[in-house]
Design a protein around this ligand. Structure first.
Ligand SMILES: Nc1ncnc2c1ncn2[C@@H]1O[C@H](COP(=O)(O)OP(=O)(O)OP(=O)(O)O)[C@@H](O)[C@H]1O
Ligand SMILES: [Mg+2]
Length: 367
């Protein structure tokens, strides 16, 4: 199989007639989600469960097996076996890459430098070292089963010789405007996958670009919109859609798939955000009732900020008198708002979980 020669961007032959009836509803769904997002006072804290979930699901597409509660447990110092720890490390890196890029976007648009930086953060682990972190590839790569050769590959990305020029064009395309931001976002993700500029991690970097791009184009008030749940749930169609671009030149089909994904996931994400906000509201009165403390707002914020934590860390972090924090923890445990992930033993403090928020983040009952 020969290296693929991608079409130049912007594309000139998409069937907008076919897409037009999907563009409106997808934009409407995103706008509704964004309206809700704008009403969230401290989105990076309040919505961090969504970010955790995205990091987990995006990494799961490739087969990284760890759950939100394991990642949060790891943050709180729970120990895992080396294989699991490797998986968790990749998810932690994903989260770091997203937060680094979100901060960078406050300064200026996404460029190739930032993409390389994100990659070096994502690949910063024992496993990632062989994957040339932060460097665009100088070799030919291909997509296929583990034992495939370039001859039997499903897809052979562009030759390394042509890659720099194509990346330049890709960056210019992101910086400019196309007929519709969501359509452009679909093209950005797919073109990135087609270029496959890194040795590994292309899927994850390409999925990270989605919320970043929507934020840069002001379709979102903050770079928090996650599509991996849909892409993971529809993995076969996701891969097939990408493959049809190079096999059949079917960009329109891909864009249609992506618009449907955005619309569907905007509704899911809206419900998740509403779930978190309503839990917060609920907990306001419950924490006061349970703790009878004037410090309950600070206690509540500390729980949302870090829903799995070491008891000693909570005492340090919540910014309230030690004895108050300790009593509050005990009362919240008695009321079963907090569950022990690990009991205290010797000089190791207990690790506790704010059950309901973790379950929301996980999308199922873990505690
Ligand atoms: N036929 C195809 N053409 C272009 N891109 C494809 C095709 N099939 C899959 N992809 C993309 O390639 C990604 C996998 O590439 P790579 O292994 O470099 O990324 P990753 O982040 O390590 O893995 P993953 O996305 O599976 O987690 C897929 O997630 C998908 O986005
Ligand atoms: Mg991979």
């Amino acid at each position: 199989m020969k290296p693929y020669k991608p079409k130049n961007l912007p594309l000139t032959d998409i069937d907008t007639g076919q897409l037009i009836r999907m563009i409106g509803p997808a934009n409407a769904a995103i706008a509704r989600y964004d309206g809700l997002l704008q009403s969230v006072v401290n989105p990076s804290v309040m919505l961090s469960p969504l970010t955790q979930r995205e990091a987990v699901l995006s990494s799961r597409i490739e087969g990284t097996q760890a759950t939100v509660d394991e990642v949060l447990g790891y943050d709180a110092g729970v120990e895992f076996d080396p294989a699991k720890q490797g998986d968790i490390q990749e998810i932690v890196n994903y989260r770091k890459a997203l937060s680094l890029a979100s901060e960078a976007l406050e300064q200026g648009p996404i460029d190739l430098q930032l993409i390389k930086q994100m990659h070096s953060v994502l690949m910063n682990s024992v496993r990632g070292q062989r994957k040339e972190p932060g460097r665009f590839r100088a070799d030919q790569n291909w997509i296929g089963s583990a034992d495939s050769t370039i001859e039997t590959a499903k897809f052979v990305p562009p030759s390394p010789r042509r890659l720099p020029g194509l990346l330049e064009e890709f960056a210019n395309y992101m910086a400019g405007d196309d007929i519709d931001t969501l359509v452009q976002c679909a093209i950005v993700h797919a073109q990135f996958e087609i270029l496959h500029p890194f040795k590994d991690g292309n899927g994850r970097i390409g999925r990270l670009l989605i919320p970043l791009f929507l934020f840069q184009k002001k379709a979102l008030a903050s770079p928090m919109f996650y599509l991996s749940e849909y892409l993971e749930g529809n993995r076969e169609s996701y891969y097939q859609g990408l493959r049809n671009i190079s096999d059949k030149g079917d960009w329109t089909g891909w864009i249609a798939f992506f618009l449907e994904a955005l619309k569907h996931q905007a509704v899911e994400n809206t419900n998740r955000v509403k779930g978190i906000l309503s839990l917060y509201d609920d907990m306001k009165s419950r924490v006061t009732e349970i703790t009878h403390s004037q410090h309950s707002p600070a206690i509540l914020d500390a729980l949302f900020d870090k829903p799995i934590f070491q008891s000693t860390d909570f005492v340090d972090r919540s910014n309230i008198p030690n004895s108050t924090a300790k009593t509050a923890i005990k009362k919240l445990r008695d009321a079963q708002v907090l569950t022990a992930v690990r009991e205290a033993s010797g000089n190791r403090p207990a690790v506790l979980a704010f059950r309901e928020l973790v379950n929301l983040a996980e999308g199922r009952s873990v505690f």
